[in-house]
Design a protein around this ligand. Structure first.
Ligand code: FAD
Ligand code: NAG
Ligand code: NAG
Ligand code: NAG
Ligand code: NAG
Ligand code: NAG
Ligand code: NAG
Ligand code: NAG
Ligand code: NAG
Ligand code: NAG
Ligand code: NAG
Ligand code: NAG
Ligand code: NAG
Length: 552
């Protein structure tokens, strides 16, 4: 369509202009340098001397971690997916929904269905979920940092390191401002303006989409690495971790990975005490890889004939995903597309966010309908206001279906198993219904007007999941919560601190192996986690360098 071409043109035009001038303010990263990486098959032609660190998974945490460690050490980063560069499905904000709906064996999005009956997605591309997510950026609540026992100064510096490179505070769109006013009207106060900080009340947060709707990703952070020390390979799915089991405890010594032609390679770390394999394959990929490598519940591993390296029943347990429920606001006119910009940080155990105008063309409507995907929900004029509960307290688990790393494991989240989670959802949906009645939101609806029951009913019909309905969902908010639940994709867990990893995120009972991603979280940090996941990658790298240098 012509408007898309014009849009691209405008973008290229601005890109060129910005590239020619020194960088200022919110446009400063539009000329990000593309980092160096190669296809995995070329690994065999590289000088194959051992590494100080092998980082598995070039995602949200893996990229900043590898870049940081490469300053002082020799680092290998292996990512199963391809390049995000030059792919407008990833780079353009307006393609967010279509890209999520498009899942093939090699696409940047890998769809999965949890046993709860809720469709979900994981990334398979350099940059990880920052290449397919909704871009919203907001720091963790101060108590998360305190509970983790982190050095606050280093935490602040590490957030700042990320923000300087790929985060933008862009002016709020009209839809987002209307919902902001609605939030203030129902008492989610004070208004805290534009900020990355987590403060009770209503605020506009940051985004990894810049003012032109162009996505910046964790892959861009690799450009901050030290090239002679940093080797990055794409299309490099790691099959398993290699252990030396001769000593008193098993030690990780390397990894086996495939290349894009299906050929197998091995890479090793140095044989000193300090070198490590670090898993940053995400909350699905990291526990999966531990299990495939023989670290996990003995009985489950033996059923698949996996040699047990370490029996630990907690690997893959405590999987969680914050349940999210929404209402749809239908408007007489189509709305411009916006993804999350405003957030209500309530004191009642939930957050409120909103998006609008889903930019879906007729072709993709057909695609989505034929594929009967969850994304069907977003075909209408208007927007959606959602609540997501804090935590959650409900936990599930993950287990292997076979020994092929390409297969999605079976994942269960047990949404609302804990009554407190359900209570928070009911409070959240009640507030959404109140927001829908505020003047600024009613103005968006023009002459249209809806009862609570109509709003709940529209949401139930639009949010496609495979959970059986009972027919009484619009009469009971707990039923509504359980039956219309969706994901905001903040799934985490599987390698919990104190159970699978220690407080330095080293795998308990195994040497030279660490976890560096959202799989160690027991709650999801902040209103949305990506800020803290990237910050953590940077912070852990700095900490590891400092510790090694001070140890001499
Ligand atoms: C659709 C969507 C929307 C979201 N919206 C937001 C938002 O607006 N704001 C926000 O803060 N958060 C959002 N999130 C959540 C956030 O993006 C994730 O929590 C975060 O990115 C997870 O980071 P991670 O490093 O744990 O995993 P990932 O970023 O997934 O990184 C894991 C990487 O490891 C790779 N990998 C996996 N297995 C292997 C293997 N065996 N070998 C080699 N590589 C492997 C994967 O391909 C991937 O690149 C969203 C997530 C999704 C999916
Ligand atoms: C970016 O834009 C926001 C919103 O207009 C503004 O408040 C902020 O000061 C800008 N940041 C910079 C560094 O110019
Ligand atoms: C982008 O997504 C569309 C489906 O929405 C797909 O047909 C197309 O091949 C994708 N392009 C790339 C470069 O992956
Ligand atoms: C870190 O940043 C937060 C938010 O700006 C601030 O409240 C806190 O005092 C900072 N901590 C340190 C140690 O600088
Ligand atoms: C890298 O591998 C991918 C996937 O097989 C392929 O499409 C691409 O052409 C390869 N690139 C190079 C430079 O060989
Ligand atoms: C495990 O090995 C046994 C004996 O070789 C075999 O009978 C069984 O089918 C194997 N199971 C799996 C899941 O491969
Ligand atoms: C959509 O954006 C255009 C261009 O910025 C603006 O003119 C128009 O008023 C917006 N429409 C709505 C419904 O906000
Ligand atoms: C924010 O709200 C929480 C309750 O959700 C409360 O515990 C906390 O003290 C509040 N923080 C501030 C700074 O008021
Ligand atoms: C979608 O299709 C309908 C009817 O087939 C047509 O009226 C409408 O203009 C199309 N919209 C777009 C954005 O192409
Ligand atoms: C996972 O949890 C479900 C439901 O709580 C339970 O039925 C199942 O046995 C668990 N699976 C594993 C491998 O622990
Ligand atoms: C793993 O699964 C993929 C995708 O289904 C398939 O192409 C590959 O051959 C499988 N590998 C093994 C070793 O079975
Ligand atoms: C709604 O229906 C479900 C399933 O039939 C039942 O378990 C639940 O108690 C009902 N709730 C109400 C409020 O009637
Ligand atoms: C659509 O969903 C149904 C379950 O509701 C499933 O049986 C069917 O295979 C799905 N079709 C496609 C194309 O995904």
């Amino acid at each position: 369509m012509a408007w898309k071409k014009d849009d691209l043109f405008l973008f290229l035009f601005i890109f060129i202009i910005v590239s020619l001038y020194p960088c200022h303010g919110n446009f400063s990263q539009a000329n990000n340098k593309q980092p160096n990486f190669r296809n995995a098959s070329s690994f065999s032609t590289m000088p194959n001397s051992p590494y100080d660190y092998i980082v598995v998974g070039g995602g949200t945490a893996g990229c900043p971690l590898a870049a940081t460690l490469s300053k002082n050490f020799r680092v290998l980063l292996l990512e199963r997916g391809g390049s995000p560069y030059g792919n407008n499905n990833i780079s353009r904000l307006e393609n967010f929904h279509q890209t999520l709906a498009y899942s093939t064996p090699t696409s940047p999005v890998q769809r999965f269905l949890s046993t709860d009956g809720v469709f979900n997605h994981r990334a398979r591309v350099l940059g990880g979920n920052t290449c397919i997510n909704a871009g919203f950026y907001s720091r963790a609540e101060p108590s998360f940092v305190r509970n983790a026992g982190w050095d606050e100064v280093l935490v602040n510096e590490s957030y700042q390191w990320v923000e300087d490179k790929i985060v933008f505070l862009k002016p709020a769109a009209p839809w987002q401002s209307a919902v902001k006013d609605g939030l203030l009207e129902v008492g989610v106060t004070p208004f805290n303006g534009y900020t990355y900080q987590h403060i009770n009340g209503t605020k506009f947060g940051g985004s990894i989409f810049d003012n032109n709707g162009f996505r910046h990703t964790a892959a861009d952070l690799l450009a901050a690495g030290n090239p002679p020390n940093l080797q990055v390979f794409i299309h490099a799915p790691v099959q398993k971790i290699v252990f030396d089991t001769r000593g008193t405890k098993p030690k990780a010594i390397g990894v086996i990975f495939n290349d894009e032609n299906g050929n197998q390679h091995e890479a090793f770390i140095k044989t000193d005490e300090k070198s490590e394999v670090i898993l940053t394959a995400g909350a699905i990929g990291t526990p999966q890889l531990l299990l495939l490598s023989g670290v996990g519940p003995k009985e489950d591993l033996q059923k698949l004939n996996i040699t047990v390296i370490l029996n630990n029943e907690h690997v893959g347990k405590d999987m969680a995903d914050n349940p999210s429920n929404n209402i749809l606001i239908i408007t007489p006119e189509p709305q411009n597309q916006t993804l999350l910009q405003v957030v209500g940080i309530t004191t009642k155990g939930f957050y409120v966010e909103t998006s609008s105008g889903f930019g879906i063309n007729n072709d993709s409507i057909v695609t989505v309908k034929n594929g009967n995907m969850s994304e069907l929900k977003e075909i209408f004029r208007g927007g959606t206001i959602l609540e997501k509960i804090i935590g959650p307290l409900s936990k599930g688990n993950l287990s292997l279906v076979n020994t092929n790393v390409t297969s999605n494991p079976t994942v269960t989240f047990n949404y609302f198993a804990e009554p407190e989670d359900l209570r928070r959802c009911v409070a959240g949906v009640s507030l959404l219904l109140e927001i829908a009645k505020t003047r600024p939101v009613k103005e968006l609806m023009g002459n249209l007007s809806y009862t609570d029951e109509m709003l709940l009913n529209m949401s139930l019909n639009a949010n496609i999941n495979l959970i059986p309905k009972s027919g009484n969902e619009t009469k009971s908010l707990p039923e509504f919560c359980k039956k219309s639940v969706t994901t905001l994709w903040h799934y985490h867990g599987g390698c919990i601190v104190g159970k699978v990893v220690d407080r330095d995120y080293k795998v308990i009972g195994v040497g030279n192996l660490r976890v560096g991603d959202s799989s160690w979280f027991d709650v999801s940090p902040g209103t949305n986690p990506q800020a803290t996941v990237m910050m953590f990658g940077r912070m852990m790298g700095v900490k590891m360098i400092r510790e090694r240098l001070s140890a001499g």
